[in-house]
Design a binder for this molecule. Sequence first.
Ligand code: KIV
Ligand code: ZN
Length: 387
Amino acid sequence: MLHDPNRIYVFDTTLRDGEQVPGCQLTTPEKVEIAKSLELLGVDIIEAGFPISSPGDFQSVVEISKAVKDPVVCALTRANKGDIDAAVESLKFAKRPRIHTGIGSSDMHIRHKFNSTREEILRRGVEAVKYAKQFVEDIEFYAEDAGRADIEFLAQMIRAVIAAGATVVNIPDTNGYCLPEQYGARIKYLKDNVDNIGQAIISVHCHNDLGLATANSIAGLQAGARQVECTINGIGERAGNTSMEEVVMILKTHHSVNLHTHIKAANFFEMSRMISSQMRMPVQPNKAIVGANAFAHSSGIHQDGFLKNRENYEIIKPEDVGFPSASIVLTARSGRHALKFHLERLGYQLDKEALAEAYKNFLALADHKMDIDDDDLRSLVTENLVK
Ligand code: KIV
Ligand code: ZN
């Protein structure tokens, strides 16, 4: 199934794990519009919803299935026939349908969520895969809370669901609990100890409770996983999911990792703003890759270095992710070089003394005014010339 061993499949769950966030609910037409943009972005799999959860979510999976042609359309279920029947029905127009079924794998979930035993949970997981496989060829199995599961039991479960027909096995760190080296070691353990693992793709699905979702996903990919589950802007349950733009740009920036996706990164900025506005979820200004300050240089030392050679402070070109441009922001921490840059942009060529005078006046102003705009700069220079 895998032609290129270094290709990472990108599974977007903005419309499922992302949409679970309070206040982020979307209408079916909004979801269809987002799904079409995800297709243009080059996403491989779109998790379109959890059809049994509501008639609206069911309908969204139906409409997304009709609207996109290249990506696999995936529907989530729990490990029971009712959920799977609803998913099968909702995917009937999908050109490439996938059912994503699964069950808890940690003793915590087995005992305190399912009030069950390992044996019974294993049986239910296998049954669900076998049942779904009668209708759809492409079956992904999730072992919920795999980050905290007993590793030998997890391996036993993964072996059994692959034998039952799972084509993708998702190892979620549902609670964002693992450290990167621990999560990577889990993936490696499964690669080394599950004898039929070669028949399935391992998928990483990480949550950001400790701010480690992206790092954990990368560790999992380095250990052999070949699908990453993520969302735009890292939106998702509680502290969020792995952010797609971060993973893609890490792989693009670090060639030594030798992994790549088919994502068109230049669409990221527009995609990020679309999700933020449709889901009413602002992007934090210092968010990596797509935050408003991601390419803003504001301290004198950085500005001077950037103006001498952008690469002193720029490891990604803003245009590579569709960001309008880098900016040199003027604040009381800015240096003379940044002021000169902006004055020249406005057409003023000042000699050394005039610049020193303008800079002194600029600092006095910037100590009191947060946003120094072009009009402020013009008056600084004009006042200077009048004196
Ligand atoms: O975080 C999780 O475990 C999930 C599963 C339903 C895949 O979202
Ligand atoms: Zn999740």
